[in-house]
Design a protein around this ligand. Sequence first.
Ligand code: COA
Length: 312
Amino acid sequence: MADNERAKYLSSNWRDGIFAGKVVFCTGGAGDICSAQVRALVYLGADACIIGRNVEKTERMARSMAESRPEAKVLGFGAVDVRDYDSLKSAVDRCVKELGGIDFVIAGAAGNFLAPITQLSPKAFRSVIDIDLIGSYHTLKATLSYLERSAAKHRSDGLTTPSKGTGGRIIFVSATLQYRGIPLQTHGCVAKAGIDTLSAQVAIEFGPRGITSNIVAPGPIAETEGVKRLARVEGLDGDLSRIPAGRFGSVKEVADATIFLFADTGSYVNGATVVVDGGSWRTQGVSDSKAFPYPGFLLSRNIDDNAQYTKL
Ligand code: COA
């Protein structure tokens, strides 16, 4: 039963204890995706602190994560809004006081809704920019000194696995919708494009101090608030043909990408984006062609009939 539960959050190839003695700090940690990322790290030995706006939801999620592994310590601080720097900084300081430091950060807090520009008040636009982009910056700013400290202790030479493990790493949770643009998501696309650039800047300025900064960009992930909202706009409700993998992703697949970036496997990955979308956003170049319908045509016997390609 316990193994079945664990398999929902991480693949079986990761070694137990790789994050032992490490602390992860995560904003938006009670959400569908971020909670899975943190839970996977807790399974592998990390202690954690998650923050969120909703007190009950955040504390309940922290208790549930703490049950993933005996001895795990998971703090849940509710009533913390990433838009309020002072409140976020207090949460960071409390985390360090209670857990001893911060080795990994996941900036995951986000807010979204569907609205065309005509229905997007200045305050509505600003709310999403404030939560997603400014909130990510606040998270970085509030945790940076601890990340620097951890990075200094965990330098990798690229040849041997660091004896003290890894540390000094930040992941910003972004998206893929800003790559191609999408109606009703101007606020979301602008915010996520900013986050992508923020992460790259951190890689450039803090890479020399041993910090890595990367983006995890989830695509259509099953049973998440994001996909429930966006699948309708992306034409994925009831039609998965635009996803090359032919299915929605799972939160486990996003958690695996997170482990990859935080573990020794990610030591030389900096300023990068790990897209976890089954190839989905790449299908922007796929037309609704009747002659070559996607993906059926690629799977058909007809594919090797060269004559059809030369017809004008
Ligand atoms: N369409 C258009 N405008 C909307 C909207 C919608 N569906 N939902 C909220 N807004 C507007 C509000 O009307 C308000 O603007 P106004 O006062 O000029 O009318 C503005 O957004 C702020 O709303 P408010 O409820 O005060 O903001 P908040 O700070 O409490 O909430 C949001 C932030 C708007 C992002 C809200 O959707 C939210 O809290 N989301 C959190 C959960 C979430 O979206 N998670 C997604 C993860 S993918």
